[in-house]
Design a protein around this ligand. Structure first.
Ligand SMILES: [Zn+2]
Ligand SMILES: [Zn+2]
Length: 150
C-alpha cells in the first residue's frame, strides 16, 4: 500500500515547504513515507543508522520537529503516551493492537459522516479522529492458536 515516492518528488516536497534539504531530513521523511507502522523516534533512529550514519537522537528529534511544523509529518499520540510519527498527513483514523501496540491506518471514509451535532458541552465540533482498539491480525492469530492448545 505504501507507494514509495521518487527521490525528486520527496525533495520537491521539502523545498515546497521552504526547508533546506539536509540528508537527515530527507532520510527521515523518505523513511516515514515508505512505511505505515507509525514508528517512534527511537525506532526511526535505529532504522536510519542501518543505512547511513546520520543520526544522533537529537538530530532525529529536531528533524521530526521541523517536518511536523511544516505539516509534512504528524505526531500520533495514542494510549501509552509514546509519540509515533506518521508520513500520512491526510485525515484518517487509527487502529491500535492492545497486545503489541502496532498502529495501522484506517481510511477516512470508514467513519465518514459521524453525527457530531449533539455535543453536550455545547461546543462546536470541527474535526474528529477515531481510534479502534483490538488485536492485529498477527496477535489475533496467535491468541487463536494458543486457545486451541488449551
Ligand atoms: Zn498485535
Ligand atoms: Zn496514521
Amino acid at each position: 500500500m505504501a507507494s514509495s515516492l521518487q527521490r525528486s518528488e520527496i525533495i520537491g516536497r521539502l523545498k515546497e515547504k521552504g526547508l533546506k534539504v539536509t540528508p537527515q531530513r530527507y532520510a527521515i521523511y523518505a523513511n516515514l513515507l515508505s512505511r505505515a507502522d507509525h514508528p517512534t523516534a527511537d525506532q526511526l533512529l535505529t532504522d536510519l543508522n542501518k543505512d547511513i550514519p546520520v543520526s544522533s537522537q537529537a538530530t532525529v528529534y529536531s528533524s521530526l520537529q521541523v517536518l511536523q511544523e511544516v505539516g509534512l509529518v504528524r505526531e500520533v499520540l495514542l494510549d501509552g503516551g509514546v509519540a509515533r510519527y506518521d508520513g500520512n498527513v491526510k485525515p484518517h483514523h487509527h487502529f491500535q493492537c492492545r497486545n503489541c501496540a502496532a498502529i495501522a491506518d484506517i481510511p477516512w471514509e470508514q467513519f465518514q459522516g459521524l453525527d457530531l451535532s449533539g455535543l453536550r458541552s455545547g461546543g462546536k465540533a470541527e474535526s474528529y479522529e477515531v481510534t479502534v482498539h483490538g488485536l492485529c491480525s498477527h496477535c489475533a492469530a496467535e491468541a487463536e492458536s494458543s486457545s486451541e492448545n488449551g
